[in-house]
Design a protein. Structure first.
Length: 280
């Protein structure tokens, strides 16, 4: 199969696709779009791995514990940024042995999505998130796998800077900062560490990211959908899916004033090399 795109961060392993998961994946693969499905806790991580095993090429998994799942709390539509009305996370402690066993599968290409989410976090929540984040960095370091970072600041409470401070103790660990929404100065710090930054369909319906997209070199950039969330234009109002990642590439080409073919080729190469997708 001739792949042209890789959705670096998808969630086709989520319940939003229970009715037509196979069809969603086949639509993407038939349009030359590979995908990495990202876990957020034990069950979705396991499902991401099992899903990847059903396809010879083009479907991969990243496994880990999302910071909002480290405590019992309700997460609403405003926080999730999609059509989901919300859910209550049950709270989970990162089980290193469980995830180490999952990672023995050759389709597992990273650890995450892990990090710090300060959107609703109190002091004790931040402490718990930090402990679980460090455990996942340690596992990534042990297994020589990249991280898939989820970092979300709140006003002046900069989760990006806190995450960078933690990562300073692990100089050999690299990763991708998914759905990057930090400043140019923060982007520079991640890039200096050898991290990549990925952008979602949100850049297709707001100009808030234009300056950042122009600043980040194409050599350090990945594209993603974060589906089922943040559906890009012109598909707003519909559930997101991996094949729509091409709309992110189109918008980057416009913002950077580059030929679409150049953007497509480079972000594909970036993702394939960064996550070691040798069969693409």
């Amino acid at each position: 199969m001739n792949f042209k795109y890789i959705d670096a961060h998808a969630h086709v392993n989520f319940a939003a696709y229970d009715e037509d998961r196979s069809e969603v994946i086949e639509r993407a693969l038939n349009e030359g779009v590979a995908m990495i499905n990202v876990g957020t806790q034990k069950d979705t991580s396991k499902e991401a791995v099992e899903l990847s095993e059903q396809y010879e090429a083009g479907v991969y998994a990243i496994i880990g514990l999302h910071p909002i799942h480290t405590g019992k709390s309700f997460h609403d539509k405003e926080e999730l940024g999609g059509d989901d009305e919300g859910f209550t996370s049950r709270g989970e402690v990162f089980d290193k042995e469980y995830y180490r066993e999952l990672a023995t599968n050759k389709k597992v290409v990273g650890i995450g999505e892990c990090g710090l989410d300060y959107f609703r976090a109190e002091k004790e929540d931040k402490d718990t998130q930090t402990k679980n984040f460090i455990s996942q960095i340690e596992l990534a370091d042990e297994l020589s796998l990249p991280l898939m970072l989820h970092v979300r600041p709140k006003e002046k409470d900069d989760a990006y800077l806190d995450a960078l401070a933690i990562l300073d103790s692990f100089p050999n660990v690299k990763g991708n900062s998914h759905f990057f929404a930090g400043s140019k100065e923060t982007a520079k710090k991640f890039l200096k560490r050898g991290f990549t930054l990925s952008f979602t369909g949100v850049i297709t319906f707001t100009k808030d990211y234009d300056e950042l997209v122009r600043y980040v070199s194409l050599e350090n950039m990945l594209i993603e959908t974060d589906c089922p969330y943040v559906t890009p234009a012109p598909h707003r109002g519909h559930r997101n899916e991996p094949r729509y990642v091409k709309e992110v590439a189109k918008k980057i080409a416009v913002i950077k004033n580059l030929p679409l073919e150049q953007v497509e080729k480079k972000v594909f190469e970036n993702t394939r090399e960064f996550f070691g997708l040798v069969d693409l």
